[in-house]
Design a binder for this molecule. Structure first.
Ligand SMILES: [Zn+2]
Length: 400
């Protein structure tokens, strides 16, 4: 199949190709890309799908989702009960929603009983619609700690190591460590505190790296972020620079020495806090958040887009908000787009497979109306989604 569009953004920062075309090869990769009619001429007998007034770009990456969470006031009710049929239904419908929105890769950072892994495999086999899924399975957490009900309770270095090797054997793509407390589990450590010692997190990181897996560390607090930077996790999730002793959103402690270590170790930060940001009340602290995002970038930290989709109520997923938030913090539209394409791909260890429209890369393609590099909101006007070379049937409302 040959897809042509009025404008082709092969990767953020590269020159836009006017009237470009992408050849989707039979093996699900991009076979050719460039200006038309040259590409069409090279592949004369291939079925052509044309979007003359639209923009084609790489499929988007959401680096932090929870397919199994319910996006309701109590997003983990079925997970706590261990209600497999309900959880599976939640996962599969969220997977479809994500693909409808042009998201062709997600990193799932926590479910239970390997259910996301099953759906991941069905999607990969082509029997179910959804984005490519990188699954962490159950996050490692302290006894009765943050999200303990997902089944990942561990204590001590030895248990850390065995849990990592069990997850690796079960087929996890990434190890998630709840290094600090969280909001979903009221009796666990407060958000700004660590749940594990440095030695425990180091044991998990060393075991994961020995198994060839990256580590995503949940860390809201400054001290927890310091610990994660020290032991060399691969990504820091949330990264809120929170400090105690209260959960007052104004208690922040962004420390330059820690930021510099995070940057030096090339640890990407996925802030996840963007939902409905344009409608936040003044006390929600938008100005401070924008300042911290911009400050992290100025210290050389790579930031990537993730929404924690599934946590909290409202629309399941809205990656565009994460990008417009970066724009509000001073990123150009192209730099913001990179947080969900090239930069995210590199941070997830897939920089040579996804995130750009380049021959040999996975054929993950998004076509939208309008020009997202002029206005990121155009990313909502989805016309066509191809994931791993498979053309996705959009819901009727989107194609009308
Ligand atoms: Zn999360």
């Amino acid at each position: 199949m040959l897809v042509t569009a009025g404008r082709v953004v092969t990767a953020p920062g590269r020159p836009i190709i006017e009237n470009g075309a992408v050849l989707i090869a039979g093996d699900g990769t991009i076979g050719d890309v460039g200006p038309d009619p040259a590409v069409s001429a090279r592949h004369p007998h291939v079925r052509k799908v044309s979007f003359p007034d639209s923009t084609m770009l790489p499929g988007l990456i959401n680096a932090h989702v929870h397919l199994a969470f319910e996006a309701t006031a109590d997003p983990v009710a079925a997970l706590r009960r261990g209600d497999h049929p309900v959880i599976r239904e939640t996962i599969t419908s969220h997977a479809r929603e994500l693909l409808d929105a042009g998201i062709t890769t997600v990193r799932d950072l926590g479910d239970r009983d390997g259910l996301v892994g099953q759906v991941r495999d069905e999607i990969a086999a082509g029997t179910r619609a959804g984005p490519r899924v990188l699954s962490a399975f159950a996050p490692l957490t302290s006894p009765q700690g943050h999200c303990w009900f997902l089944g990942g309770e561990v204590s001590g270095e030895q248990q850390m190591r065995s849990a990592v090797s069990r997850l690796a054997d079960s087929g996890a793509d990434v190890i998630k460590v709840m290094a600090g407390g969280g909001r979903l589990t009221p009796k666990a450590a407060p958000v700004w505190q660590s749940q594990f010692t440095l030695a425990e997190v180091r044991a998990a990181v060393d075991a994961a790296h020995a198994a060839g897996l990256p580590v995503a560390a949940h860390a809201h607090g400054t001290d927890t972020m310091a610990l994660c930077a020290e032991v060399g996790v691969d990504t820091i999730e949330h990264g809120g620079w929170l400090t105690g002793p209260t959960a007052d959103p104004r208690c922040y402690d962004p420390r330059s020495d820690i930021a510099d270590l995070i940057a030096a170790r090339d640890i990407a930060v996925c802030p996840t806090r963007s939902r409905d940001w344009k409608a936040w009340p003044p006390e929600a602290g938008l100005d401070g958040l924008l300042e911290r995002l911009s400050w992290m970038r100025s210290r050389g930290i790579r930031l990537i887009a993730g929404t924690d989709a599934g946590v909290g109520s409202g629309k399941y997923d809205d990656l565009v908000e994460a990008l417009t938030l970066y724009e509000a913090a001073g990123w150009s539209t192209s730099e913001a787009l990179a947080t969900a394409t090239t930069t995210a791909a590199a941070a997830l260890g897939l920089g040579h497979e996804i995130g750009e429209l380049t021959a040999g890369y996975s054929a993950d393609v998004l076509v939208v109306d309008g020009s997202p590099l002029d206005d990121l909101e155009a990313l909502r006007d989805v016309r066509c989604v191809i994931s791993g070379g498979r053309l996705h049937s959009l819901p009727p409302a989107a194609t009308a």
